[in-house]
Design a protein around this ligand. Sequence first.
Ligand code: KG4
Ligand code: ZN
Length: 374
Amino acid sequence: MKSSVRILGIESSCDETAAAIVADGREILSNVVASQVDVHRKYGGVVPELASREHLRQIVPVVREALERANVSLREADAIAVTQGPGLVGSLLVGVTYGKTLALSLEKPLIPVNHLEGHVHAVFLEARAMGREPALPAACLVVSGGHTVLYEVGGQPGAAAVFQYRRIGQTRDDAAGEAYDKVAKLLALGYPGGPVIDQLAGQNGTKVGSPLQFGPTKMKGNPFDFSFSGIKTAVLYYLREHPELREQIQIRQAALDRGERKADQLRPLCSEQTLALLTSFQNAVVRDLVERTIKAAQEVNAASILVSGGVAANSELRRTFDRRANEIGLKVFFPSRALSTDNAAMIAAAAYPKFLAGVRADATLNAEAALPLA
Ligand code: KG4
Ligand code: ZN
């Protein structure tokens, strides 16, 4: 029997230290993620200097745990895959340096992976496990706290296939997840903002209407580019014009300071007007993400739609994509919530076709903060 190729993936591009073992680009043997969210929470965003320090603290135990859970020794791993970029350079350097050291000392192949390609592979990895390989070419939206970018993904289907990528559009300012986090900060809803807004929005809006009259963002130039700074500013202006919401914000901040961060704890501290504001914010973001992706899919004659990254966990985004993709006769694929956010299983999966194709990095491999995928 042919033995499988087991790749150790290492991911440290932002604020999660992650390691995973994936066999043959399709079977997750372990997937360990150490989140730094508690460290960054009080700043309402990732503090790069603190992130690098946390990665340094976590990287060795996280890799060890991934190996133990998979019951694979370092010697048994066939290759070491590491995120080269894009991301925070200090964070990336921890993973790159550690991966390089392991590979050189154990004389294993070292495979550099683009973080965004990892997010694309997160979708394939799980779809494959369920026997539903997405048809290519696909329109793929990667939407997280750091990225909002649309790709056309082409190539042959299968875990061994090397894909080709073409960038169709990207955000010109904030990433969609960043807009969620900034709006949550303005309204004292905690960090990260996406999951809480997801649970609070959509529960109201009928009585108060839509506070933000925000139509589709008009873009000059590439119609598939995104912009989310306008919608964030619209929320800021709304709060300036509605001083009656300020007292509630202070009350919620006090609750957050006491550690009451759950949506169920914050909901009673939100007026109908606040919930309606969140609903209109979320509707505007979701509509923009979905409609541009659907148009792009039609433009490139895509055979399927893929959505990945932290914001892909959003329930309204999933519902709207399912409905709209169905209307145009396409299937839309999302990873599970665990694989939507940053993880190393997606890095190990993306490395598998590269391993087969002989892609190798040497000791000169460096972290690249702005590494493009296409
Ligand atoms: O992929 P990820 O873990 O890290 C980055 O590469 O950024 O994504 C984190 C981002 C945060 O901005 C967070 O607020 C957002 O994803 N997010 C969500 C949801 N869950 C996480 N945004 C909207 N709805 C969600 N359910
Ligand atoms: Zn990411």
